[in-house]
Design a protein. Structure first.
Length: 255
């Protein structure tokens, strides 16, 4: 999927990628012959911009799009984000506890979690970039650096809209400050950050990507997509992807 989106962004103009169904490069036709999922772009500009830059580098290096080295290159940003997050967790814990052993233990728990290696180095997802930005946002929030926290939170949202799950926490903390001026400044920082991270779309007036925010709702009606999580254990199904109507208790759907 990353290769298809990056190819189309570089081939047919980055800012128009949301206007058409991406074409599958001929070299990838065999690889995607059994690909059942819709290839329409459903990620917001920061991810697409990243894939666009990596595709440009691939073309400059004259690597085949099917090459292993290009596949590895696509995963490098996510791997780098993981490494920074590992360091950041250790730094935060050491800052709070003043204990190197506690910092090392905390960082190790994250670093050695199987999901971390699977998502970035294996699956090649960008969740680690979103995670890094979210950790930065929460860290700054705990230090009462509200405006920088909003900036990191906004950046995290445009990488992964799951960031909305922590919005109530941030809203509660901001409202508890009883400062209208702080809220106004935070909104301004959020808007500026959103404009910068969504370049070049924001400066050209191409806001067609906003439709992805609404069309993503229900795009993946699943409770486990290769996650093998709690829901997968409960259902005990011999499947990698579970639809959100798979859970029943006494004949009553749980989802």
């Amino acid at each position: 999927m990353w290769k298809i989106w990056g190819y189309n962004a570089a081939e047919y103009d980055l800012i128009n990628i949301y206007n058409k169904l991406p074409e599958v490069p001929p070299e990838l036709a065999v690889d995607t012959a059994n690909f059942q999922q819709d290839v329409a772009v459903n990620y917001l500009p920061p991810t697409i911009n990243l894939l666009y830059r990596l595709e440009k580098i691939r073309r400059w290096l004259d690597w085949p799009i099917t090459s292993l080295k290009f596949t590895v290159m696509l995963k490098l940003p996510a791997i780098a984000a993981d490494l920074i997050t590992i360091w950041l967790i250790g730094h935060i814990v050491k800052e709070r506890t003043k204990k190197y052993s506690a910092a090392l233990l905390s960082a190790s728990i994250y670093a050695l979690h199987p999901t971390i290696a699977f998502l970035s180095a294996g699956f090649g997802q960008v969740d680690s970039i979103y995670t890094l930005l979210l950790v930065l946002a929460v860290w700054q929030l705990t230090k009462n650096k509200f405006l920088s926290s909003v900036a990191w939170l906004t950046a995290a949202y445009f990488f992964k809209m799951q960031t909305m799950a922590v919005f109530p926490l941030f809203i509660f903390i901001f409202l508890s400050q009883s400062s209208i001026w702080l809220i106004v400044k935070a909104a301004a920082v959020g808007l500026v950050t959103a404009s910068l991270i969504n370049l070049p779309f924001s400066v050209t007036g191409k806001f067609n990507f906003l439709s992805s925010i609404f069309t993503n709702l229900g795009h993946f009606p699943v409770i486990s997509s290769y996650a093998f999580n709690l829901w997968w254990i409960i259902v005990a199904a011999n499947r990698s992807i579970l639809s959100d109507d798979s859970l029943y208790l006494l004949g009553i759907p749980l989802m």
